[in-house]
Design a protein around this ligand. Structure first.
Ligand code: BDR
Ligand code: CA
Length: 321
């Protein structure tokens, strides 16, 4: 049976690759794409999503969402993705338009008519937090929630402690991680090193000779350079497509475990840190008060620790052929 997906995205150069993978997959139907401010302002993110849907030949409805985090000013990542989020190659505006409904209402409505739906979040969690705040009954109707976000080994890409999607809107992330959704966390640690596309991988994609293959490499030109400057690693790091590959084929996550997860919102130094109770010490006397919510609700998150690197790249090539 075809599975149904809803994708929430902030329209960056790796997001659009993930969208292509889902839109081209015969295993899923993408019921809606909702857009959130993150890598770029929500208007630009929406333009990028519409462009990608059109390039993929899909008819998926697109809904624009929140323009800023729940409580904070928006901090974008043009330095990583380019001013337009897609490497500044001047892609023409799509002829498609967004639907009139707000993304938050679209999430609620799409979940209500598709119980068991799988949600994949590729940006800050603002839209999803607003949706579950407005209509908490959707929590039980969401089958899986794959979250690209977090740095469960505590090596962030924005600060030493935090990964971008969680750091941008930590209050939203805290709400979502505590809500009782079946969250599968795909952290930034899975998207580096051999998991990034190396020179041979990029050549292999370009050799496919399709417009989608060319787009995927070209729109990540600024991101590749930013990644090299940040980490010293050469290649294209693709957090959102890796998350999508796991959403589409859960067996690509090769080791995982369930833990309480909370998000730091009070500190400046560790803002947006995804704090994972990996050794299950939340119940110890010295921790009990801080983790009281978790000990009471028993809400745990499925953390993916390792992935099948060859398998994820094969899934990407298949989507672009
Ligand atoms: C995440 O942040 C954004 O820059 C990417 O699109 C990805 O969702 C990686 O930290
Ligand atoms: Ca993203």
């Amino acid at each position: 049976m075809t599975r149904t997906l809803l994708i929430d995205t902030d329209g960056g150069s790796d997001d659009v690759v993930a969208l292509i993978m889902a839109l081209r997959s015969p295993a899923v139907r993408v019921a809606a794409i909702t857009v959130i401010a993150g890598n770029v302002p929500v208007e630009q993110a929406t333009r990028n999503v519409l462009y990608t849907v059109e390039l993929s030949g899909a008819q998926t409805p697109v809904y624009a969402g929140a323009a800023k985090p729940l409580l904070r000013e928006l901090m974008t990542a043009e330095w990583f993705h380019g001013k337009d989020g897609l490497g500044d190659h001047g892609y023409a505006p799509a002829s498609r338009k967004t639907e009139s409904a707000h993304a938050v209402d679209a999430i609620i409505q799409t979940v209500q008519v598709n119980p068991g739906i799988e949600i994949v979040t590729l940006g800050p969690l603002t839209n999803l937090a607003l949706a579950i705040g407005k209509e908490p009954r959707i929590i039980k109707a969401i089958g899986r929630c794959i979250v690209m976000g977090g740095a469960p080994c505590c090596e962030g890409n924005v600060t030493p402690a935090a990964e971008f999607n969680i750091w941008v809107d930590p209050e939203a992330a805290k709400m979502v991680f505590r809500a009782g959704l079946a969250i599968e966390m795909v952290g930034w640690h899975l998207c580096r090193g051999t998991a990034a596309l190396n020179t041979q991988d990029i050549e292999r994609i370009l050799a496919l000779g399709t417009p989608l293959a060319e787009f995927v490499v070209r729109c990540n030109s600024v991101a590749a350079e930013a990644y090299r400057l940040q980490t010293g690693e050469v290649g294209i790091s693709l957090p959102d497509p890796i998350s999508m590959a796991i959403a589409l084929r859960p067996e690509l996550c090769t080791s995982s475990s369930m833990h309480y997860v909370d998000v730091e919102t009070a500190s400046d130094l560790t803002r947006g840190m995804s704090v994972v109770d990996r050794l299950n010490v939340a119940g110890d006397e010295r921790n009990r008060d801080l983790w009281a919510w978790a000990l009471k609700t028993k809400v745990k998150t499925h953390i993916c620790w390792t992935i099948d690197v060859a398998g994820w790249k094969t899934a990407l090539y298949a989507a672009l052929a």
